[in-house]
Design a protein around this ligand. Structure first.
Ligand code: ATP
Length: 595
C-alpha cells in the first residue's frame, strides 16, 4: 500500500473537528488497508510502531532529524534551523524541505507502508557505537523517497509528535464499524482489548477473521491486562448498602500499582497502571515475587509501597517515585526499599481466572503465594453486615499509614479496564469532608498578562467522558503554580499544541491556545458548583448548566496517568452530589450558585 494514501488520510483527520468524522475517516482507511498490514497502519496512526507496553522508543531528537533532512534534501542544516521557528512544527519543516529540495535523487522509489514501517523499526532497534549515523542514513533514505506530505508525517512520527489525537478507543469504534457490522459488537471487542491491549494485533485479527477471530484472543504472559479500577463512596455505611452485606475490605496502599507476570523459570515482567513495562527499576520486586510463586506461570495484581528501612513504616507515594529511574537503580533500591502487597491473581498455570469470583481468586492467591519479607498478600478482612466493624478496620488502615480501604464484592469478577461498583474506595480525605484532588487533562490555555506576560495565565482543564471518548471542560486553573512551574508551562505544553480545538474536546470557551488532550495534572478545588460556562455534566444535574471546580489549584503533574485515566465526568457529578448531601444547610448551596 502506498504510504501517500495513509498520509492523505492523516491530513484529513488532522483537519476534522468532529469525532464522528474522525471515526468515519479511520474506518475508510482501515477498509482500504490490506488486512495483513493493518496492524502496522494502526500503530503508525497512533504515532508509534508497536503497542505502548512494549516501550519501543523512536525518540529521534530534532537535531538528528535536521541532519537527516539536510542529507536528503541538500538544504543546509543552518537554513533548516532558521526556517524552523517560522513554520513552528517539525512536520511542516520536513514538508517544506522536501518541496524545496536541491539534491537530486536518481533512484526515487514510491514509499510503501511496509517500507516506512520497516525503516522505523530499524531506526528504533539500531544500537551500538555507530547507531546515530546509521539512524540518520536510514531516515535520510526515507526523506529522499518521500513526497512532501509523506515527509510531514514521517518527521512527526519519528520525533513522537504525530498528535492526530486518535486514541485506542476511537480505533476500536472504527474497527467495529469497518469489520463487525457496526457498534453492536463494540463491547465484545473492547472486552478482548481489555485483556489483550495490542490494538494493532486486534485490528489485524478482526480484519482477517471478523468476530470469530476474537475467540482466539486470551490472556497471555508478557501482554498486560488493563487493570480493574475502583469507584468511590464517602462512608462505610454507603458502601455496605451498595455491595454488602458481605464484603472483602482491604488496605488501600498509597504506592504504585503493579501487574506482575511470572514465568516458571523465574523470569518476571512488571507493568504499571498505564501498562508501561516497569520491570527494570524494580529488581528487588522481581526477585522476591519470583521466590514467592516459584515454579508457576502467573499474573498477579498488587501495589508496591516504599518503606522506611529503619522503622518499617509505609512511606508516601512520592518517595516510591524515586525508584522510577533508568540509572542508579542499585542505589535507589537501597535508599527506598519496597514491599509489594498482592490483592489479586488473574491467571495461573494456563488458566484465566478473571471470571472466577473474587473470593475464589483470593483462595487461589493464598494457596499460591509463599509470603516473604517483600512479597505479601494484602491485609484484609471479610466483614459480614457490620458497618461499625468496617469503620474500625478503616481506622486501623489509616493508623497504619495507608490511604484507607478498597472494599470489594466477594462475588465479583475481575472486570479488566473497568471502573465498576464491585470495588469501592473509602479514603481518609473524603471523611475529613475536603474535596479530594482530581486528575484533569489540559485541553487549552489563555495567555497571561502583567507579571505573567509571556507565559500562560490559566489552563483550561477537562474531565474525561469514557462513554463518548471526549473531554469536557470543568475549570480554568491559574493558581497553585510556583514561579518556575509557571515559567515552564509553554515549554512543557509545546509538544501538544494544535491549531484548533481538538475534535474530542467539548468547550464553550474559546482558548487562546489549544492542545491535544494528553497532559494530566492533579487539581485541588474548594468545591464543585453549577456553571453556565463549563461543559462537564452539561444538562445532567440541571438543565442548561454544567459543573465547575471552584478555586482550582495546581498540585503537580500526573505523568503516571494518561488522558483516559483522568477523573471522569461521572465522578465529578457524583462528587457534586455527595457534597450537597453533606453541606450543612441549603442556604450555602444558593450562595455558591449565586457567586
Ligand atoms: P487513586 O488516585 O485514588 O489511587 P486511581 O485512579 O489511581 O486512584 P483507583 O482504581 O480509583 O485508581 O483506586 C484504586 C487504586 O488504589 C489502584 O489503582 C491501586 O493502585 C491502589 N490500591 C492500593 N491498594 C489496593 C487494593 N487493596 N486493591 C485495589 N487497589 C489498590
Amino acid at each position: 500500500m502506498p504510504f501517500i494514501e495513509v498520509a492523505r488520510y492523516y491530513e484529513k483527520i488532522e483537519a476534522t473537528s468532529g469525532r464522528l468524522d474522525m471515526i468515519d475517516l479511520l474506518k475508510k482507511l482501515f477498509v482500504e488497508t490490506p488486512p495483513d498490514i493493518l496492524d502496522r497502519v494502526v500503530y503508525l496512526t497512533l504515532g508509534s510502531i508497536a503497542p505502548a507496553y512494549e516501550g519501543v522508543e523512536l525518540g529521534i531528537g530534532e537535531k538528528l532529524l535536521l541532519r537527516a533532512l539536510s542529507l536528503a534534501t541538500g538544504i543546509s542544516q543552518d537554513k533548516l534551523e532558521k526556517k524552523y521557528p517560522e513554520l513552528g512544527d517539525i512536520g511542516m519543516l520536513a514538508e517544506w524541505a522536501v518541496k524545496n529540495k536541491t539534491a537530486q535523487s536518481f533512484f526515487q522509489e514510491d514509499l510503501t507502508v511496509n517500507k516506512v514501517y520497516d525503516s522505523l523499526i530499524n531506526i528504533a532497534k539500531i544500537v551500538g557505537e555507530r547507531a546515530q549515523d546509521a539512524k540518520i542514513r536510514t531516515l535520510a533514505g526515507l526523506f529522499s523517497d518521500a513526497k512532501p506530505l509523506e515527509a510531514r508525517y514521517i518527521a512527526r512520527i519519528v520525533t513522537e509528535k504525530l498528535r492526530l489525537g486518535v486514541r485506542d478507543m476511537t480505533i476500536l469504534d472504527a474497527l467495529a464499524e469497518a469489520f463487525l457490522k457496526g457498534r453492536v459488537y463494540r463491547d465484545k471487542l473492547e472486552k478482548k482489548y481489555n485483556i489483550f491491549p495490542d490494538i494493532g494485533r486486534i485490528a489485524k485479527i478482526v480484519a482477517e477473521k471478523g468476530m470469530d477471530g476474537l475467540e482466539e484472543i486470551h490472556v497471555t504472559l508478557g501482554i498486560p491486562i488493563r487493570p480493574m479500577l475502583a469507584q468511590r463512596l464517602r462512608s462505610a455505611e454507603e458502601i455496605m448498602d451498595k455491595i454488602g452485606p458481605k464484603v472483602i475490605a482491604e488496605f488501600k496502599y498509597d504506592g504504585e500499582r503493579m501487574q506482575v507476570h511470572i514465568w516458571p523459570n523465574g523470569n518476571v515482567r512488571i507493568f504499571s497502571r498505564r501498562l508501561e513495562d516497569i520491570t527494570e527499576p524494580y529488581p528487588d520486586v522481581r526477585e522476591f515475587v519470583a521466590r514467592a510463586v516459584e515454579g508457576h506461570e502467573a499474573v498477579l495484581d498488587g501495589e508496591t509501597v516504599a518503606i522506611n528501612p529503619d522503622t518499617g513504616e509505609i512511606l508516601p507515594f512520592q518517595e516510591l517515585m524515586h525508584r522510577r529511574r533508568k540509572y542508579g537503580v542499585e542505589e535507589a533500591m537501597k535508599a527506598y526499599p519496597t514491599v509489594t502487597y498482592f490483592f489479586d491473581v488473574l491467571y495461573l498455570d494456563g488458566k484465566e481466572l478473571l471470571d472466577e469470583p473474587l473470593e475464589r481468586r483470593r483462595e487461589i492467591l493464598l494457596d499460591l503465594l509463599k509470603e516473604n519479607e517483600k512479597a505479601k498478600v494484602v491485609e484484609y478482612e471479610v466483614i459480614d453486615n457490620n458497618v461499625s466493624e468496617l469503620e474500625r478496620f478503616f481506622e486501623q488502615a489509616v493508623e497504619r499509614g495507608t490511604e484507607g480501604l478498597v472494599v470489594k464484592d466477594p462475588k465479583s469478577q475481575y472486570q479488566a479496564g473497568v471502573r465498576g461498583w464491585s470495588w469501592i474506595k473509602l479514603k481518609r480525605s473524603y471523611i475529613s469532608k475536603m474535596i479530594e484532588p482530581v486528575d484533569l487533562v489540559v485541553v487549552g490555555a489563555f495567555w497571561g498578562k502583567g507579571r505573567r506576560a509571556g507565559t500562560y495565565g490559566a489552563l483550561l482543564m477537562a474531565a474525561y467522558v469514557p462513554e463518548e471518548d471526549v473531554f469536557k471542560t470543568v475549570c480554568k486553573m491559574g493558581s497553585g503554580f510556583s514561579d518556575e512551574e509557571l515559567e515552564s508551562l509553554p515549554k512543557i505544553l509545546e509538544p501538544y499544541k494544535i491549531e484548533h480545538r481538538h475534535a474530542s474536546v467539548i468547550s464553550n470557551l474559546e482558548a487562546d491556545v489549544w492542545f491535544v488532550p494528553q497532559k494530566v495534572a492533579q487539581v485541588l478545588g474548594d468545591e464543585i458548583t453549577l456553571s453556565p460556562t463549563h461543559t462537564c455534566g452539561w444538562g445532567k444535574v440541571k438543565k442548561d448548566a454544567g459543573l465547575a471546580i471552584r478555586f482550582p489549584r495546581f498540585m503537580g503533574w500526573r505523568d503516571d496517568k494518561g488522558p483516559q485515566d483522568a477523573t471522569t465526568e461521572k465522578e465529578i457529578i457524583d462528587m457534586y452530589k455527595m457534597q450537597l448531601t453533606t453541606l450543612p444547610d441549603a442556604s450555602e448551596v444558593s450562595i455558591s450558585e449565586k457567586r
